[in-house]
Design a protein around this ligand. Structure first.
Ligand code: SAH
Ligand code: SF4
Ligand code: F3S
Length: 445
């Protein structure tokens, strides 16, 4: 039996799909790279904006056509849209025989076994658990150089625009012992870089089950694992980032000098109606403290344009703050109404042409900031963790590879042919800055 996994959405979905992949392989099922060879499709969905949600329906429509010829083939739909639409998928698409939310993920491998045994069965796994559902691991002999480790599930913040607290449930921190054990297992199998994942990692341990250590203490303990070269985490909320975490950037050698700190808007009025619980002044204060603790820190962010009631002056404040902070890069989105969230009922809605124009202006400002920030790296030497071969052409006898520097910037290097460099950490002299990346040459010692 072959399976094919489609993954949409954030790194937590990527991490969930990777776990599913390991578990299905351990059951003896085979992953396939070609859709036509699949007997089981698993679709891990995202509903953060309308567009990714629509993609799921067009994918299911396409699969329905294709599966018509192959009645034994079935699909499971999981993740945030599944949690939202639930049984609707089972009713609307006969070939969908499994729906699962994030808390149900842990039971998916066992349910697939049952679905293979009984062709008439359909299963729904949509209940939320009141604790972090620990997932059994089947560790392969060696680990990839980079890995994600979940430290929590869900979110209690209910930002006015956001569907995540409804699709991922309330915040549940995972036990620090289990987190440390997983990190230890990964590092002992050769993992060099760990990214700790959660919707709001800075409130780790503060939920109702929380008799846990603080996030800063967790960082210290993970960073102290012998053999771990790089530690990252995402995502942070500005209202919860504390002094200890800011200090950690200057104190823990393994902690990479990069923070993704979603700003969303530069207008205090809009931040208040988003329910973000910080002001633009609080944000710039955090940035100043971060740069004091770690002068070289790379800062990236998320921004929303056209939130209900956003005036030109509010948008201008976002532009001003983005320029003032000088983000290395940012993800920016047009506000998108989500069913059942408070902002759905907020007015006035901003017309799409205005949102598109604001997004354009914001992205072109970010483009020039990114170019400036990248140009500053030229002439420096960076340790680059090589991730994969790139499509770029290298000089004869070489192959072009891409990796990331500690700040998370993409770096291209040419390396001799006939060598798999995945997972190597190389000293690279940066020689050129491009629009979104850097190029460098390996420094031979
Ligand atoms: N937990 C993370 C982000 C989750 S969603 C955090 O709190 O930062 C990722 C990003 O999607 C958000 O930061 C926000 O910028 C964007 N986003 C969320 N809901 C949105 C909506 N309804 N419309 C447009 N963008 C949205
Ligand atoms: Fe959504 Fe806000 Fe929670 Fe992030 S912190 S997941 S934006 S509700
Ligand atoms: Fe999307 Fe769910 Fe992540 S809505 S962004 S997959 S938490």
């Amino acid at each position: 039996m072959n399976y094919y996994i489609f993954t949409f959405g954030c790194q937590m979905n990527v991490s969930d799909s990777l776990w599913l992949d390991r578990s299905l392989q351990a059951m003896g099922l085979k992953p396939c790279n070609v859709e036509e060879e699949a007997d089981i499709f698993l679709i891990n969905t995202c509903s953060v904006r309308e567009k990714p949600e629509h993609k799921i329906y067009s994918l299911l429509g396409r699969l329905q056509e294709y599966i018509r010829e192959k009645p034994h083939v079935f699909a499971g739909v999981g993740g945030c849209v599944a949690q939202q639409v639930g049984m609707g998928f089972l009713e609307r698409f006969s070939f969908v025989r499994l729906v699962f939310g994030t808390d149900g993920l842990v039971m998916v491998p066992e349910c697939i076994r049952r679905l293979l045994e009984d062709r008439h069965l359909k299963i729904s796994l949509l209940d939320f658990q009141d604790h972090y559902p620990e997932r059994p691991e089947c560790w392969p002999d060696s680990s990839p150089a980079q890995a994600f480790v979940n430290i929590m599930q869900g979110c209690d913040n209910f930002c006015a625009y956001c569907i995540v607290p409804y699709t991922r449930g309330s915040q549940k921190s995972r036990s620090s012992q289990n987190i440390l054990n997983e990190c230890f297992e990964l590092v002992s199998r050769g993992c060099k870089e760990i990214t700790l994942l959660g919707q709001n990692v800075n409130s780790y341990g503060q939920d109702k089950n929380g008799s846990e250590i603080s996030f800063a203490e967790l960082l210290k303990r993970v960073a102290g694992l012998p053999g771990l070269e790089r530690l990252r985490f995402t995502t942070s909320h500005p209202k919860d980032i504390d002094r200890e975490v800011i200090r950690a950037f200057g104190e823990l050698p393994a902690l990479c000098p990069h923070l993704h700190l979603p700003l969303q808007s530069g207008s205090d009025r809009i931040l208040a109606s988003m329910g973000r619980r910080y002001t633009s002044g609080d944000y710039t204060h955090i940035v100043d403290c971060l740069r004091t603790s770690c002068p070289d820190i790379a800062l990236t962010t998320d921004l929303i344009v056209g939130f209900p009631g956003e005036k030109d002056a509010d948008f201008q404040r976002t532009m001003d703050l983005v320029e003032k902070v000088g983000f290395d890069s940012s993800f920016s989105f047009k506000y998108s109404d989500r069913p059942g969230v408070p902002a759905e009922k907020m007015h006035p809605k901003i017309p799409d042409e205005i949102k598109a124009d604001r997004l354009d202006r914001l992205q072109s400002l970010q483009g020039s900031l990114t170019r400036d920030r990248l140009a500053q790296r030229v002439g420096q030497e960076e340790m680059v963790l090589i991730e994969s071969q790139s499509k770029k052409q290298g000089p004869p006898g070489t192959v072009s590879w891409t990796g990331r520097d500690p700040g998370g910037r993409l770096v291209h290097v040419h390396l001799p042919r006939d060598r798999d460099c995945t997972g190597e950490v190389l000293r690279v002299a940066i020689v050129r800055a491009h629009k979104h990346s850097l190029s460098g040459e390996v420094v031979t010692c």
